[in-house]
Design a protein. Structure first.
Length: 141
């Protein structure tokens, strides 16, 4: 398989894997940390209306979904890329960061969560995913 094909596949599979992890955690979150009483989080409108009722514990799982989804997506992309593995990992993290920014614009959230999420869940996790995929090879490409 040529390098271009491998790199395209790395991006597609990185985005798919990261999205699957993100969605899996989000789907589990209400079972692990139940939403506030009376909150309907089954629709975007219901979620938007319920967010002011959320306590800090309700933001743990969304943060983990964003961070771990980005980490896995970046790791997969860096692992599969033929060249410039760290760039692909960081590219995946930028893709998920754009999604995080869109999420912030669509759903109101406390400032502390917005700042923590945007600053810690995307670019640092993309870098970590790239480093994990590179291992001890010492590659910096």
């Amino acid at each position: 398989m040529n390098a271009l094909t491998k790199n395209i596949l790395a991006v597609v599979l990185g985005i798919a894997a990261g999205s699957a992890v993100n969605m899996g955690i989000i789907m589990l979150s209400s079972h692990l940390i139940p939403p506030p009483a009376g909150a309907d989080i089954s629709t975007p409108e219901g979620l938007k209306a319920a967010i002011p009722l959320f306590e800090p514990k309700h933001f743990i799982m969304p943060f983990l979904a964003h961070a771990l989804g980005t980490l896995v997506g970046a790791w997969v992309a860096a692992l599969l890329a033929a060249t410039q593995k760290m760039r692909f990992a960081l590219g995946i993290s930028c893709f998920f960061l754009l999604g995080g920014i869109a999420n912030v614009l669509m759903l109101p959230s406390p400032l502390w969560f917005t700042l923590a999420d945007l600053a810690l869940a995307y670019l640092p996790m993309g870098f970590l995913g790239g480093k994990l995929a590179l291992g001890n090879k010492g590659q910096v490409d």
